[in-house]
Design a protein around this ligand. Structure first.
Ligand SMILES: CC(=O)N[C@H](C=O)[C@@H](O)[C@H](O)[C@H](O)CO
Ligand SMILES: CC(=O)C(=O)O
Length: 320
């Protein structure tokens, strides 16, 4: 199927859903958040209501409102707004898909249903197909995140012949560390114009080598500029500089992973770096501790991630 839209590429920030201290969605900062991503991070694509956005912890009505607010505030500023519409209920997923089309989103993404699970590739395809059909004019992306869904059907198998079943299929968001599976997705679909979006930020460079055409992730909210520098170095075939950037990003992610890193901590870091209040997460998540935020801040400072000036090669080598 031919779409008027150009292919989704480059960095895509998985948006946080800002909340007030009372746990309500704080719509009032979304306009500011869009400007921050574009101007301070050089990130012009977003992925809304996914893992980072606590999409599965929001009500259907909240998901609709959040999607609408991002599309409205992103108009003429963002390149593409992809809405995650996955849900356990096929009906809800279809409702969200149709809504995404109505509000003018640029694409929809769906995870595998993760309570009553599809056990075979064909069953999963049938589920995805029913959702995609509710938005027949929107590019469709499969969001592969086996560690969270528990659905371990390999992406490479899923992609085999997928466009025959789902004509709007346009790409894959691959949030797993299995680079054999990812590489084979790329290798076996070379003749297609699919977007191969990698979702493990600390390993993006390896995925670029395997043919990733872009990346969706939580850290692009605040490390977008650094990661863009890595992408540029990779484009110029300056692999050693690209690796310096990746290692620098890894030093930060490795540090926070050891402290315990997830959506709550992403909210705290983004608040710190952007100055925009992201608020606490919603239960079952717990707010990041003060100790976490203080340690993360010290690490960001030591890596020079809190200023927007470029790291000199020397300081890249020196920081640890
Ligand atoms: C599980 C999860 O949230 N993965 C995110 C996107 O898929 C990533 O952006 C990670 O947050 C990031 O790679 C840090 O581990
Ligand atoms: C990281 C990502 O893609 C998500 O939050 O869904």
């Amino acid at each position: 199927m031919a779409f008027p839209k150009k292919k989704l590429q480059g960095l895509v920030a998985a948006t946080i859903t800002p909340m007030t201290e009372n746990g309500e969605i704080n719509f009032s900062v979304i306009g500011q958040y869009v400007d921050y991503l574009v101007k301070e991070q050089g990130v012009k694509n977003i992925f809304v209501n996914g893992t980072t956005g606590e999409g599965l912890s929001l009500s259907i009505s909240e998901r609709r409102q959040v999607a609408e607010e991002w599309v409205t505030k992103g108009k003429d500023k963002l390149d593409q707004v992809v809405i995650h519409v996955g849900a356990l209920s096929l009906k809800e997923s279809q409702e969200l898909a149709q809504h995404a089309a109505e509000i003018g989103a640029d694409g929809i993404a769906v995870i595998a249903p993760f309570f009553l699970k599809p056990w075979t590739k064909d069953i999963l395809i049938n589920f995805l197909k029913e959702v995609a059909a509710a938005a027949p004019a929107l590019p469709f992306y499969y969001y592969h995140i086996p560690a969270l869904t528990g659905v371990k059907i390999r992406a490479e198998e899923l992609l085999d012949g997928i466009q025959d079943k789902i004509p709007t299929f346009q790409g894959l968001k691959f949030s797993d560390t299995d680079l054999l599976d990812f590489g084979q997705c790329v290798d076996q679909n070379r003749q297609q114009q699919f977007a191969f979006l990698f979702g493990v930020d600390e390993q993006l460079l390896s995925a670029l080598v395997m043919g990733a055409t872009g990346a969706v992730g939580s850290t692009y909210n605040y490390l977008g500029r650094k990661t863009n520098q890595m992408l540029e170095a990779f484009e110029r075939k300056d692999l050693s500089l690209a690796l310096n950037y990746q290692f620098c990003i890894q030093r930060f992610i490795n540090f926070v992973v050891k402290l315990g890193f997830g959506v709550s901590q992403t909210k705290a870091i983004m608040t710190l770096v952007s100055g925009i209040p992201m608020g606490p997460p919603r239960l079952p998540l717990q707010k990041a501790s003060r100790e976490f935020t203080d340690s993360a801040e010290a690490k960001l400072k030591s890596l020079d991630f809190l200023s927007f000036t470029d790291l000199k090669d020397g300081s890249l080598e020196a920081s640890s």
